[in-house]
Design a protein around this ligand. Sequence first.
Ligand code: NAD
Length: 296
Amino acid sequence: MTKIAFIGLGNMGLGMAANLAKAGHEVKALDISKDAIAKAAEAGCEAAKNTQDAVSGADVVVTMLPAGAHVKLVYAGEDGVFSHAKADTLFIDCSTIDVASAREVISHAENQGFAMIDAPVSGGVGGAAAGTLTFMCGGTEAAYNRAKPYLEIMGKNIFHAGDAGNGQVAKICNNMLLGIHMIGTCEAFNLAEKLGLDAQTFYDISSTASGQNWSMTSYCPAPGPVPSAPSNNEYAAGFAAGMMLKDLRLAQEAATAARAATPLGAQSEQIYTLMEAADKDGLDFSAVMKLINGSL
Ligand code: NAD
């Protein structure tokens, strides 16, 4: 049994913390929302009073927070995790944040002698509850190996992507590609229909031809061909357009800093910004189909 502090018990963190507790670890749960802490307590965690209470006896600290600013504040802020953790504590940040902040916080941790990895996830709220997340990790081999047994409780596929921040790099590059091929798939289905080719027939042909891609065959944005896709459920999320936009913005920030050309990534970010401007970013990200076909 390991003493674990879990900070950030929102849509994702609650299920992840519950799975660590279910596996027999002693999990102290902390959030700025009292309601979130109460839910974690119901799910088998112990409610922490504050950062010191959560962290001072912990062997491992896991965080699942909204953005880079929250991660910096929680770890390095006044009265933060760094000021209360014991010397050999392992930190695992599972939040999706900008690459620069991830590298900065890990470097700060390492300068103080702590081990830390970035370990953003894919798999959504369902995957967090079921313990089937994919983890993309960045950090030293030694820190990754220490973290792995805990990640295996919360997830199914665990990857070491390289040095600090590389988990975030893998996540934003994957999701930028996902955004691009989702939009491309919507354009193709819309054009096919406008030219008199129905969605099912186009699907049958293209899904076995060179246009085949995940957005088409697992998550088809045109209603019909893939029954489990959100397009058959009025585009209820799923993976919300707003979450895709967050990841596309992180990708653009990183691309600018790295001076990498991402013309289609930039376009994708703008297209999902239109979803946000239309107040439709709560819909599934495949609802960009409705933007393209004029039914949004
Ligand atoms: P959420 O907003 O539901 O949860 C975040 C939690 O952090 C909230 O409960 C909030 O109160 C808490 N929090 C904020 N500041 C805090 C602080 N200073 N101290 C303690 N707690 C604090 O978000 P979520 O959907 O759980 O997502 C968390 C992270 O996971 C994000 O980075 C997101 O991009 C990523 N992610 C989400 C999904 C998804 O489908 N929801 C999928 C993959 C990755």
